[in-house]
Design a protein around this ligand. Structure first.
Ligand code: ZN
Length: 510
């Protein structure tokens, strides 16, 4: 392929734009490190003080992204005849920076400042409300937050539904029109499958986890499995935190965190595998993209597809535990004595409607998400009022999962997202499952011995497939383009539906 030669003036603009992009990324790398520190080891008393320094840095970073120079470069580089001549990585960087620029510019700075203050106060109010099980305390903050989000949607602009403007922040290009049928299909089939599971009379229990598992041993096991899954410890590290996350500071420094509790060994194992999935993604991005805005994952949903792929499609299979169960037993000989591989496998895959999203199994998890999606959509469209939320929440819990939360703390107040303005985020979690299942279908076609590889502990081949097909591209493609490129098709709910159907038919003898 011949590379088009850009004229000297455009070449110069590309270089200046790339240098500015890199400068913003450098701020981002440092912000990432500060964020990691605040959520892991920073002393409690220093955190609020340091948060101010972080605020200063973040303001500087924001100013660069909406600066006059950035505007000038983008004006030149987005001209169709110029854009067409750029290489694909630069095109993607221009696309991303331009989007960011227009969005940021669309919100008047006084409105944005009001929003930042509200998000901080609303978050405090939510914590207070949750601990006292008092929705009315959070209600005025949430009302204001929803008002501001509606206003943001107008500033950003949308074609059909105002919620589209908010969804786009997390899943570029996704709309209510595209998402509704995907979720409708998944919801109907999931509820039907759940009913059949509940009527099956089989109840594989998870009682074996109601024991105490030594934290040091959990830690040793987590450290034992992550390099085997392909996580590069020379380009990352594993630490402890309250709310686990993965953080890509740069392509050579992608850290994961986890939480160990004596009474909750499953969380440490599957949480660690989940975050490892996120980390493999960022460790695998083309190193040439370092210092460019496309260094990150394609979207929240695609990122989540990688974590869930590893956690569920690899980590919850019989083959995975055929390989690892003896090692786990060596770590916990007393707790797991007399528990067969089969019993263990069923215990990590039992399905039970529950109140809390983050503790839900693979099947009911999506129902928790769809409930939140319906509520968010209704709030933004004005069909649902904030004051009615506890009732709406509880009614939907009955419709979707057949259970009623005994309190708002275990219901509408359980998630942090809305308090800090994360409206439009929830669908990403289920999209991750949908994208992941469609990729699973493809990988099994291309690597027919996929499950045999897992059983042999040959995870590198799987990581290489993901790296080659997904990870290396970073943000080069939009989520829809990437899914099409990887699987040859548009996103289709039938792959996840089929996966769930097959999985639970076997486990529950349906
Ligand atoms: Zn995740």
């Amino acid at each position: 392929m011949t590379q088009q030669v850009l004229n000297a003036s455009i070449q110069k603009t590309v270089e200046q734009f790339t240098a500015l992009d890199e400068k913003i990324c450098h701020y981002g790398n440092i912000m990432g490190l500060l964020g990691w520190d605040a959520r892991t080891y920073a002393p409690k008393k220093g955190r609020p003080i340091f948060a101010k320094a972080k605020g200063t840095l973040s303001t500087e970073m924001f100013k660069l992204s909406v600066s006059q120079e950035m505007g000038d470069y983008l004006e030149t580089l987005t001209k169709p005849e110029v854009f067409a001549q750029l290489d694909s990585a630069t095109q993607a960087c221009v696309r991303e920076r331009n989007k960011d620029y227009n969005k940021s510019k669309s919100i008047p700075s006084d409105v944005y400042n009001e929003y930042v203050v509200l998000a901080s106060n609303a978050n405090d109010a939510w914590e207070e409300a949750r601990s006292n099980d008092d929705f009315s305390y959070f209600e005025p903050y949430l009302e204001k937050m929803i008002e501001m989000k509606k206003q943001f949607a107008e500033y950003y602009g949308y074609e059909n539904h105002p919620y589209d403007a908010l969804l786009d922040e997390f899943e570029p290009g996704l709309t209510v029109e595209k998402l509704d049928p995907l979720f409708a299909d998944l919801r109907e089939k999931s509820i039907d499958l759940l009913n059949r599971i509940q009527q099956s009379g089989r109840k594989p229990g998870s009682e074996i986890f109601n024991q105490t598992f030594d934290v040091e041993k959990q830690k040793a096991f987590a450290e034992f499995i992550i390099p085997k899954l392909g996580y590069d410890l020379d380009a990352g590290r594993l630490d402890e935190t309250t709310h686990p996350f993965a953080m890509g500071i740069n392509t050579g420094d992608v850290r994961i965190t986890t939480r160990y509790e004596p009474e909750n060994m499953r969380m440490a194992i599957f949480g660690t595998i989940h975050e490892t999935g996120h980390a493999l993604y960022e460790q695998g991005v083309n190193a040439d993209y370092e210092g460019r805005v496309i260094r990150r994952g394609a979207s929240f949903g695609i990122h989540e597809s990688q974590s869930r792929f590893l956690e569920n499609f690899v980590g919850r299979t019989k083959e995975f535990w055929t390989y690892f169960y003896d090692d786990l037993k060596q770590h916990f000989p007393h707790q797991l004595s007399g528990i067969s591989l089969d019993e263990f496998f069923r215990a990590i895959n039992c399905v039970e409607p529950s109140l809390i999203r983050v503790e839900a199994d693979e099947l009911t998890y999506n129902l928790h998400i769809m409930l939140r999606y319906e509520i968010e959509k209704g709030l933004i469209a004005g069909d649902i009022q904030v004051k009615d939320l506890p009732d709406v929440w509880n009614e939907k819990m009955v419709d979707y999962l057949g259970i009623t939360p005994p309190s708002n703390r275990l219901g509408v107040l359980q998630d942090v997202h809305w308090s800090h303005g994360g409206v439009g985020y929830f669908p990403s979690y289920s999209l991750g499952n949908l994208y992941g299942a469609q990729m699973l279908n493809k990988i099994v076609q291309e690597i027919p011995d996929f499950y045999q590889l897992i059983q042999n502990g040959e995870f590198m081949k799987i990581r290489e497939w993901l790296r080659e097909n997904v990870h290396q591209y970073g943000k080069l493609y939009t989520p829809a383009e990437l899914v099409k490129k990887v699987t040859g098709e548009e996103l289709d709910a039938s792959y996840l539906v089929e996966y769930l159907e097959q999985k639970y038919t076997k486990i529950y003898d349906l």
